[in-house]
Design a protein around this ligand. Structure first.
Ligand SMILES: NC(=O)c1ccc[n+]([C@@H]2O[C@H](COP(=O)([O-])OP(=O)(O)OC[C@H]3O[C@@H](n4cnc5c(N)ncnc54)[C@H](OP(=O)(O)O)[C@@H]3O)[C@@H](O)[C@H]2O)c1
Length: 265
């Protein structure tokens, strides 16, 4: 899960993976790696999805004339990088707009841009990365989980609308994957590495349009539904416990976030 949005274009017989993200340096690095390891031409598009509606005309312009076979809406951001109450972030007004733009507007607008040509050709694949956090309401991940249920419903309904016209819209709802978002948490039987998750999830394409992406995450999803149902997680007792837990681990998470930030720089 190393880059924001992806699309794959095909023109004049060339496969062109197109990473789309906000950091030119990172895009260049990913692009160079694809070109040298997989001998594929790439094209990169730089955009900051937290900026909202203004970025899409420029993206549309750069996609003009390209045949896009696969769109992966992977971009996403969480609200605070840790469990917090809704009001407990610096500048909530700005943060709310950024998260909604990044998690919801990106998926819907990118689908609007690419879907028409897929429908015209009668084939195409859109993969939208939602989250297990969308499976139930999540106090202290309130906005993030709310944006992800939007992605889930959007994807599933869109798939129902367009699968008869040859376009598959797959919705993936991962549990924990070790990435910057999760402060590169240690990989174990519950937490997948990004590479391993991506491999497993891609193997579900064509078999399932709504998936946890891998067996471990599917089992965790079922266990959570049984042992941690919505009525329990929304109860005042549970919310107090989550708040207490969040305070206990806050310092540790802040240290991890600082480390990740340094690594990225
Ligand atoms: N990791 C998990 O445990 C987990 C679990 C469930 C769902 N997910 C979902 O999986 C997807 C990928 O997450 P991840 O874990 O790989 O997170 P990540 O490590 O933070 O990566 C997010 C990707 O999105 C890009 N991005 C973030 N904000 C952006 C912006 N404003 N404009 C353009 N690109 C932006 C980042 O690229 P740049 O930094 O280069 O811009 C990065 O490549 C997200 O939708 C997330 O919600 C993750």
């Amino acid at each position: 899960m190393d880059s924001g949005q992806w699309s794959q274009g095909r023109r004049q017989g060339l496969d062109k993976p197109m990473p789309l993200s906000r950091s030119q340096v990172k895009l260049r690095r990913v692009s160079d790696e694809i070109e040298s390891r997989f001998k594929r031409q790439t094209r990169i598009i730089q955009a900051d999805f937290s900026e909202g509606a203004s970025i899409y005309p420029a993206i549309a312009e750069q996609l003009k004339g390209l045949e896009i076979g696969i769109l992966v809406n992977n971009v996403g951001m969480n609200y605070a990088g840790m469990l917090v109450n809704f009001l407990d972030v610096p500048d909530p007004e700005k943060k709310i707009t950024e998260v909604v733009n990044c998690n919801i507007l990106s998926v819907t607008q990118m689908s609007r841009l690419i879907l028409p040509q897929m429908v015209e050709r009668g084939k195409g694949l859109i993969i939208n990365i939602s989250s297990e956090a969308s499976s139930q309401p999540q106090p202290m991940l309130t906005l993030y989980s709310a944006t992800k249920i939007c992605v889930t419903y959007f994807s599933r309904s869109l798939n129902a609308e367009y699968q008869g016209r040859g376009v598959t819209v797959q919705c993936v709802t991962p549990f924990m994957v070790s990435t910057n978002m999760t402060h590169n948490i240690k990989v174990n039987t519950l937490v997948k590495s990004a590479a391993s998750f991506a491999r497993d999830a891609l193997n579900t394409v064509g078999y399932s349009s709504f998936t946890s992406g891998c067996i471990s995450h599917a089992l965790q999803h079922n266990a959570m539904a049984i042992f941690f149902p919505a009525w329990l997680r929304l109860s005042p007792f549970c919310v107090r416990r989550i708040e207490r837990f969040s305070k206990e681990v806050r310092q540790l998470i802040e240290e991890r976030m600082a480390q990740c930030q340094k690594k990225q720089e």
